[in-house]
Write a protein that binds this ligand. Structure first.
Ligand SMILES: *[C@@H]1O[C@H](CO)[C@@H](O)[C@H](O)[C@H]1NC(C)=O
Ligand SMILES: *[C@@H]1O[C@H](CO)[C@@H](O)[C@H](O)[C@H]1NC(C)=O
Ligand SMILES: *[C@@H]1O[C@H](CO)[C@@H](O)[C@H](O)[C@H]1NC(C)=O
Ligand SMILES: *[C@@H]1O[C@H](CO)[C@@H](O)[C@H](O)[C@H]1NC(C)=O
Ligand SMILES: *[C@@H]1O[C@H](CO)[C@@H](O)[C@H](O)[C@H]1NC(C)=O
Ligand SMILES: *[C@@H]1O[C@H](CO)[C@@H](O)[C@H](O)[C@H]1NC(C)=O
Ligand SMILES: *[C@@H]1O[C@H](CO)[C@@H](O)[C@H](O)[C@H]1NC(C)=O
Ligand SMILES: *[C@@H]1O[C@H](CO)[C@@H](O)[C@H](O)[C@H]1NC(C)=O
Ligand SMILES: *[C@@H]1O[C@H](CO)[C@@H](O)[C@H](O)[C@H]1NC(C)=O
Ligand SMILES: *[C@@H]1O[C@H](CO)[C@@H](O)[C@H](O)[C@H]1NC(C)=O
Ligand SMILES: *[C@@H]1O[C@H](CO)[C@@H](O)[C@H](O)[C@H]1NC(C)=O
Ligand SMILES: *[C@@H]1O[C@H](CO)[C@@H](O)[C@H](O)[C@H]1NC(C)=O
Length: 684
């Protein structure tokens, strides 16, 4: 990152900082927050440069305002200015004499404006700056002509940001005058061609071409470049000039997210350390060339009209010399390609390789003996391939002394060399998920580390901390399976019917994450797991939380897709005081017992993931728990109805009895009244 001031994230943070700290602002200038020689006037609805700030001002930040024109005299009061940022205004024009007295100005940020409107006058203004080093013109709708007009004679410039404009093609005139340029950001334009563009920039070290529409990079000969980012283009070929005797300074090459069919033709001498090739169509073709079936078809590719410097190139597509110099490589990222095998000796060419990322390729076998990895290997990710065999001899196992992270998840492995992991002295993290590899019973002993077995023993691997055995069809786990381990992460999800209760207890001192999702587990005793921070019990048909959850100090709990109908209030209070994250969706709660929801809601440190998707049932209808308080759910009304229904017969009964008693005690009254009523003489 060249200048912090150029980074929009920093800008936005500054802006927020300003909003959040109005009280601290200098009382004299309403719009500006001022510290020493630095004034921040972001987000202040300014339509011109504020006046009245100290004359000695060195930094002035005016981002997120409404300044349309930077008028000639507006910087006159601040002759000491070194940094001026005007990002995210509506700036259209910088008048030609603005900078006449700003001889010290080095950093200018005009990001996200409309300079395309007044680019000609702006370019005259820029040329008056004798010491301009940083210039951000990103997101200004500049096309080729506008951009190059603006850059004329800016020979002092070191950092230039032209990202997010409308550049289409570069040629030798584009950056001709920028002799001191060190970093150039051309991301997110619509460039389709680069023709000898950087001849005048011998100091250029970092070049970003990401998110353009370049179809190829041929004749790459920028020996001075340290970082080249050409990710997210449509590049099918990357070809370095092969006839150069200089060592390329290139350390990082990002060609990810392109359309490479071949391993890039790298410089024949370089210091390349990081090579990012993920998301291409890359594979090796040596095997194809050997096969008779392809005898007649072309096995060479010819390039015509590359550049005036080189002849037409014809290459044999399996010629391994074209891989170039990869002897300094530290990280090779080949994720999401179509690699079926490594060419002979390919791995051996990388004695310093520490990270090999091969996830999502088509490897079927891996012979660690014949590939001859070096001791520098630290991370090996071969997840999501088609591996059905890994072979190794005892000697090769001892070379992998630095291997720490080994991911073999999502392959077709049924057996593995017995000592594959137990022979690696630094192994820290193993992911064997979604293979059919079991855990051995203690009596199943293999003498040779290199012989294959369909089960592995994990006990007593000192260095192991993280073990992922999801979806390995595990059922019986021997009680001693994890003895002698100091695991912090154990993932056993997607092993329906697994029985682990007894084997887990020996991990109670160290375990921080336990995954038991989709295991049909009914209850688990966690009372001794004092260090447990994260527990996954999703998809288990649980109707209540394990009681021992009270005793843990959990921060993350996943109990999605169970059969919980409520969470008792003491559980809820205890969880609310500890948890940071809880996953509850996929349960059908009882809408009339949702006090827990409000307990969680009130807990400030707690986040209910997918809160609005947590549902409950009431009178056979589903509702969102967060709306449940408005439901006609009142237990009170229901009980009143019940009381009335109970009381009515009792009242009737009591009044019936009292009438009968009354009548038996005072029969005469009745007679009299009857007589009175019926024996009254009737008048005729
Ligand atoms: C660039 O500088 C040269 C020599 O200093 C001068 O002749 C030329 O006119 C300048 N170009 C522009 C566009 O100002
Ligand atoms: C160039 O500007 C863009 C957009 O303003 C920003 O995302 C990018 O980080 C900048 N590049 C550098 C090297 O600072
Ligand atoms: C290359 O640029 C892309 C897009 O900006 C970015 O995501 C990626 O991290 C960059 N690569 C490197 C090696 O910095
Ligand atoms: C590279 O070196 C070889 C022999 O050392 C020489 O013939 C060739 O001309 C050199 N190439 C360049 C571009 O200097
Ligand atoms: C070519 O032959 C190799 C063995 O030499 C074999 O592994 C590979 O699958 C064959 N490839 C094709 C496309 O037939
Ligand atoms: C392959 O080449 C042989 C001669 O070398 C020729 O007879 C045959 O027809 C060719 N096959 C194809 C499919 O072109
Ligand atoms: C490259 O190939 C093209 C097309 O075949 C041809 O016209 C041109 O002369 C060749 N150039 C060289 C330098 O061989
Ligand atoms: C692995 O490679 C070694 C050395 O090349 C070889 O001896 C061994 O047979 C290979 N193993 C398998 C299973 O192919
Ligand atoms: C193993 O890793 C350590 C530290 O990551 C490193 O210093 C050491 O050089 C590595 N060993 C080899 C043989 O590369
Ligand atoms: C192993 O790789 C898989 C698939 O690429 C990934 O989802 C998983 O998180 C990785 N495991 C570890 C422990 O990083
Ligand atoms: C172990 O290796 C030795 C030779 O190194 C071999 O004779 C023996 O049969 C192997 N034992 C097993 C169980 O594979
Ligand atoms: C819990 O495990 C399930 C099943 O493996 C998985 O889908 C889910 O993402 C895990 N939860 C969390 C929070 O990682």
């Amino acid at each position: 990152m060249p200048v912090q001031g150029l980074n929009p994230i920093v800008l936005c943070l500054l802006a927020m900082w300003r909003i959040l700290t109005p009280v601290l602002s200098h009382p004299k200038f309403n719009h500006c927050h001022q510290v020493h020689e630095n004034a921040v006037c972001n987000n202040a609805r300014l339509s011109s440069v504020p006046e009245g700030l100290p004359q000695t001002l060195e930094e002035l930040h005016l981002n997120y305002n409404q300044i349309k024109t930077l008028h000639d005299k507006s910087l006159l009061p601040y002759p000491s200015l070194i940094t001026l940022t005007l990002a995210c205004n509506d700036l259209e024009k910088v008048q030609s004499k603005v900078f006449e007295d700003s001889k010290l100005l080095e950093n200018l940020n005009f990001a996200n404006n409309n300079i395309y409107i007044g680019y000609e006058e702006t370019s005259v203004a820029l040329r008056k700056l004798p010491g301009l080093r940083f210039l951000d013109l990103s997101e200004n709708k500049l096309n080729d002509e506008m951009a190059f007009t603006l850059l004329h004679n800016l020979s002092t410039l070191e950092y230039l940001n032209l990202s997010g404009n409308l550049l289409q093609r570069l040629d030798e005139t584009s950056f001709r005058d920028l002799h001191n340029l060190k970093e150039l950001d051309l991301q997110r334009n619509i460039m389709f061609e680069i023709d000898s563009a950087f001849g005048g920039n011998p100091k250029l070290q970092r070049l970003n071409l990401a998110f353009n529409i370049l179809p190829c990079l041929t004749d790459f000969h920028m020996t001075q470049l340290v970082v080249l980012n050409a990710s997210y283009n449509y590049i099918e070929w990357f070809i370095s000039r092969q006839d150069l005797n200089d060592t390329f300074k290139l350390e990082t090459l990002d060609l990810s997210n392109n359309r490479l069919l071949f391993f890039p033709f790298l410089p024949s001498r370089s210091k390349l350390q990081n090579l990012y090739l993920s998301n291409n169509l890359l594979r090796f073709y040596e095997h194809y060339a050997d096969n008779n079936t392809l005898q007649n078809s072309s096995t060479s590719v010819e390039f015509y009209n590359l550049k005036k410097h080189i002849k037409n190139v014809t290459v044999e597509i399996w010629d391994e010399s074209l891989h170039g110099d990869i002897s300094s490589l530290d990280t090779l990222d080949l994720r999401r390609n179509q690699v079926e095998y490594f060419p002979n000796g390919f791995i051996q060419k990388m004695p310093l390789l520490s990270r090999l990322r091969m996830s999502m390729n088509c490897l079927e076998t891996l012979n660690l003996t014949s590939e001859q990895f070096f001791g520098s290997l630290y991370e090996l990710d071969i997840s999501n391939n088609r591996l059905n065999q890994i072979s190794v001899d005892d000697e090769s196992l001892t070379t992998l002394a630095n291997l720490t992270y080994f991911n073999l998840s999502h392959n077709d492995l049924n057996e593995l060399p017995v000592g594959l992991f137990s022979s690696l002295p630094r192994i820290h993290s193993v992911d064997l998920s979604y293979n059919s590899i079991g855990i051995c019973q203690p009596d199943e002993r293999n003498i040779n580390a290199s012989s294959s077995s369909s089960c592995l023993q994990w006990s007593n691997i000192d260095s192991l901390r993280q073990l992922y055995l999801k979806g390995c069809n595990l059922e019986t786990v021997p009680n001693s399976a994890f003895t002698g381990l100091s695991l912090t992460h154990l993932e056993l999800s997607d092993n329906p019917g697994i029985d682990v209760q007894n084997s887990l207890q020996c991990l109670s001192r160290t375990l921080q994450h336990l995954g038991l999702g989709n295991t049909q587990i009914q209850d688990i005793d966690l009372s001794r797991f004092q260090t447990l921070k994260s527990l996954n019990l999703s998809k288990n048909s649980l109707s209540h939380l394990p009681h021992s959850i009270h005793d843990t100090d959990l921060k993350v709990l996943d109990i999605r897709d169970n059969r919980l109908s409520t969470i008792p209030s003491d559980d809820a209070h205890s969880l609310a005081s500890k948890l940071h994250l809880i996953f509850l969706t996929g349960n059908t709660f009882n809408c009339c017992q949702t006090q827990w929801f409000w307990t969680f809601e009130e807990a400030r440190t707690m986040n209910m993931v997918g809160k609005s998707d947590i549902i409950c049932e009431h009178q056979s209808m589903l509702h969102r728990v967060q709306d449940s308080h408005s439901l006609d759910c009142s237990d009170a009304e229901e009980s009143i109805v019940w009381y009335i229904l109970l009381l009515v017969p009792i009242c009737l009964f009591l009044s019936g009895i009292s009438i009968v008693v009354f009548l038996t005690l005072k029969p005469k009254i009745l007679q009299i009244s009857i007589k009175k009523k019926y024996l009254r003489p009737t008048p005729y």
